[in-house]
Design a protein around this ligand. Structure first.
Ligand code: HAM
Length: 422
């Protein structure tokens, strides 16, 4: 039997990887412009990090983690997200001693044992960014602006930014009791998971995927209605800042993020797809998380976007970010002596940084021309026996079909000149 890749994973093969490269380049560029530095943390961490950080009553921790005992009997988990790990690294490397705010970004695979469906994988890639040490809603606005600007540069359309405030421990206590009072009469009807969430963390009931629970929570009190003065002020200012730079948003009081660490700002960016909307980015503020992980009290805010989802949105909007490929030359050689010459020529061209191909299959002229066409080469260099005897080669412009015979020892220079001009 053939061995297949695990369910919910993907091979990113040539033809697709070019899009990843372009997107990754854009990510690095915008992060540098906004003053973020890259951080790379391990792919696996102590399980406790996510239990404490993401929250024990979340679906991610409860149902979706790839957890294993290592040979030393320690419980380890493939990271389901990046924020908890970046906070751990922030504390462990004493980055809190650096001038604040500390702005970090990361990119890499995350793992969640999910029910797979379109756009929902078990191994997926996130680009995320985190800002430590800034409480002001201006930081929240700046982070949302980065996301927005990146999507604009990529040319994505039909996006909606949803924002909400999920309050702080002060206002959340009041919300929790109101929510419990609302759900109390329906408690028996809730799914088993939600019944256990009822006492521990009723807010999570609002995030339940069961259809019946979704029905039961309709009309439940939202935290937005009972924000404390500090949280309300923070949320109002965030909206003012977004409006000041022309970022359109929608307030969604019902938005519950799937992770427990959020305080105050929560946001998502959705892309309208045929018949549905899918989240390509999610984030928010997590002012208590660094402390929870054993560091000094430090405010934090950030986001992560799913690279696969961004690429699929680009594809469905027919935006080819990898359309522009580096220009190339294909050497077409006929006969053994010409083959040797073509090998010498590509090595000179490659030394000059020019993308170049040669025939290694001993094909005839017609097939080699076809290969040059397929490779999208701007120029073909034809070396036949007659040319070789004259120590020349034919340089052919693949677009116009124009040709010229050039001495072999001037070829590399001539090609470089042509590429510089275009
Ligand atoms: P999240 O909403 O769980 O947040 O994930 C962020 C994004 O990752 C989602 O909007 C989606 O695009 C992508 N994503 C999540 N799960 C999958 C999946 N199974 N398959 C494909 N894509 C997926 C976080 O992870 C937080 N750490 C974000 C954050 C950073 N908050 C503050 N800082």
């Amino acid at each position: 039997m053939k061995i297949q890749r695990p369910k919910g994973t993907q091979d990113i093969i040539p033809g697709i990887i070019e899009k990843w490269h372009v997107l990754e380049g854009q990510i690095r560029k915008i992060c540098e412009e906004y003053g973020f530095q890259e951080i790379r943390t391990p792919i696996f961490e102590a399980t406790e990090l996510f239990q404490r950080g993401v929250g024990e009553t979340t679906d991610i921790v409860n149902k979706e983690m790839y957890t294993f005992q290592d040979k030393g009997n320690r419980s380890m988990t493939l990271r389901p997200e990046g924020t908890a790990a970046v906070c751990r690294a922030f504390v462990e490397n004493k980055l809190y001693a650096l001038p604040q705010p500390v702005k970090l970004y990361y990119r890499g695979p995350m793992f969640r044992y999910e029910n797979t469906q379109a756009g929902r994988f078990r191994q997926f890639s996130q680009f995320g960014a985190e800002v430590f040490g800034g409480e002001d809603p201006l930081v929240d606005a700046e982070v949302i602006q980065l996301v927005w600007e990146l999507f604009n540069r990529l040319g994505l359309k039909d996006l909606v930014i949803q924002i909400n405030s999920v309050g702080c421990p002060v206002c959340r206590a009041e919300h929790k009791s109101k929510l419990q009072a609302f759900l109390e009469p329906k408690k028996e009807e809730l799914c088993a998971d939600c019944q256990s969430r009822f006492d521990r963390n009723p807010l999570r009931i609002l995030d339940c995927k069961s259809k019946h629970c979704k029905e039961l929570i309709k009309g439940a009190p939202t935290i937005l209605e009972m924000l404390c003065a500090d949280c309300r002020d923070h949320f109002t200012k965030l909206q003012e800042y977004l409006e000041a730079v022309g970022i359109a948003y929608v307030v969604d009081a019902g938005m519950v993020r799937g992770l427990d660490y959020y305080r105050k700002t929560a946001f998502e960016v959705l892309v309208r797809e045929i018949g549905a909307q899918s989240a390509i980015c999610g984030g928010g503020r997590y002012d208590g998380l660094v402390e929870e992980i054993g560091g000094p009290s430090t405010p934090g805010i950030g986001f992560a976007m799913g690279i696969e989802r961004v690429i699929s949105a680009l594809e469905s909007q027919k935006i080819d970010i990898a359309a522009e490929q580096a220009e190339s030359v294909t050497i077409i050689a006929l006969g053994e002596a010409a083959r040797l010459e073509s090998f010498k020529l590509v090595s000179v061209l490659r030394k000059r940084g020019i993308k170049s191909f040669l025939d290694v299959l001993g094909r005839n002229m017609k097939s080699q021309m076809k290969a040059a066409d397929r490779a999208g080469s701007k120029i073909a260099v034809i070396i036949g026996e007659d040319e070789l005897a004259r120590k020349t080669a034919v340089l052919r412009d693949m677009k116009t079909g124009g040709q010229a015979e050039i001495p072999l020892d001037l070829l590399a220079e001539k090609i470089e000149e042509l590429f510089k001009r275009s």
